[in-house]
Design a protein around this ligand. Structure first.
Ligand SMILES: Nc1nc2c(ncn2[C@@H]2O[C@H](COP(=O)(O)OP(=O)(O)OP(=O)(O)O)[C@@H](O)[C@H]2O)c(=O)[nH]1
Length: 325
């Protein structure tokens, strides 16, 4: 990159954490705190379709979407291109927030920002790892990326504390400290963290020392599957089918997100899981999804398209009304 040096370096905040931990929730809180500054977001989702772009508070930022794969696997091309276009923009941002995909290994991203060419323009301030208290213990055992995300963090946000027993929290804190004893740990609900956390400077990072090796780095063992439906969906059936699927396939299905049109509402809805729970809520603002097309994304390992298709088929409103005849 041969670009003029900006007056001051752009501050970079990297948000990591496994699928559904609360990264976007934390990001929206931080954006609110920085609303008087110029903010840019890089949003990277594990899947071809972006749902998160509808959830980020775009009042306070401009958004770049990276949906061509996990950010840690496309470092050399797509991320560098996005960084170059940020530098070429008319208005230089004060802050760059990167929300990495839930499966991203942050080591390579951190290393990129320590390269001289990039470090001349961007300064990595904080690596924040958001953790879902309800599931992290299981997922640390099953998914190597979870420990790597924890190990690379300056700040660990142990989120969703009200969803676990208070007596379990010290045990969880100890577990997380076992992976990274240097990081600050904050136990939160809805990712609410003090905003002065952003003013703290990052500790020097030594990848060799802090991040445990992962056997198979890339491609990720998890798969993302997109389903599109052109019919209205029955809310109750959708809740039942998803709750059942996540209950039965807890160690296989890690996350589901979607934009759906329901038969009982004229508003689009966002459906998503966190941990074992399924939530459906109306979506405000502009949606680029033509009525009545719905999109559902499942992320997990060993997913079978046919079996998921059958489950989705059962949620269609037309099927329900036919079955009543
Ligand atoms: N009950 C409860 N729900 C929470 C909390 N924090 C976040 N959530 C919900 O958890 C779900 C996932 O939160 P997100 O912020 O989208 O998580 P994420 O890490 O960005 O998810 P991905 O981008 O899919 O990896 C959303 O429905 C949030 O509203 C919390 O502390 N308590």
């Amino acid at each position: 990159m041969t670009l003029p040096t900006p007056p001051s370096k752009i501050k970079v905040y990297l948000l990591t954490g496994f699928l559904g931990a609360g990264k976007t929730t934390v990001l929206n809180g931080l954006l609110q705190a920085k609303k008087d500054e110029e903010n840019i977001i890089i949003e990277n989702e594990f899947g071809k379709v972006s749902i998160d772009s509808h959830l980020v508070e775009t009042r306070y930022c401009s958004l770049f979407e990276m949906n061509n794969g996990c950010i840690c696997c496309t470092l050399d091309n797509e991320l560098v291109e996005v960084l170059a276009s940020i530098l070429n923009a008319e208005v230089q941002p004060d802050n760059l927030f990167i929300e990495a995909s839930g499966v991203a290994d942050p080591g390579g991203i951190i290393a990129l920002f320590s390269q001289e060419e990039v470090a001349n323009f961007f300064q990595l301030h904080q690596v924040v790892c958001v953790v879902d208290a309800t599931v992290v213990e299981d997922w640390m055992e099953e998914i190597p990326e979870v420990s790597r995300q924890l190990a690379a963090a300056d700040l660990i946000v142990l989120n969703k504390k009200s969803l676990v027993s208070p007596s379990y929290l010290p045990q969880l804190t100890q577990l997380v400290q076992g992976v990274n004893s240097l990081a600050e740990i904050m136990v939160t609900d809805h990712g609410i963290i003090p905003h002065d956390i952003l003013t703290k400077q990052k500790k020097p990072w030594d990848p060799a020392k802090t991040i445990p090796e992962v056997e198979a780095k890339s491609p990720h063992p998890l798969k993302s599957m997109l389903f599109e439906v052109e019919e209205l969906i029955d809310r109750e059936m959708l809740l039942n089918q998803l709750t059942l699927s996540f209950f039965l396939s807890y160690h296989q299905l890690y996350r589901m997100k979607g934009l759906v049109w329901l038969s009982d509402s004229t508003l689009p809805h966002i459906v998503q899981t966190h941990g074992r729970q399924v939530h459906i809520a109306p979506l405000e603002g502009e949606v680029k999804l033509p009525y009545p097309k719905s999109q559902l994304i499942f992320i997990g390992k060993g997913l079978e398209r046919k079996s998921l298709e059958r489950k989705i088929q059962r949620t269609l409103a037309s099927q329900k009304s036919n079955s009543k005849l």
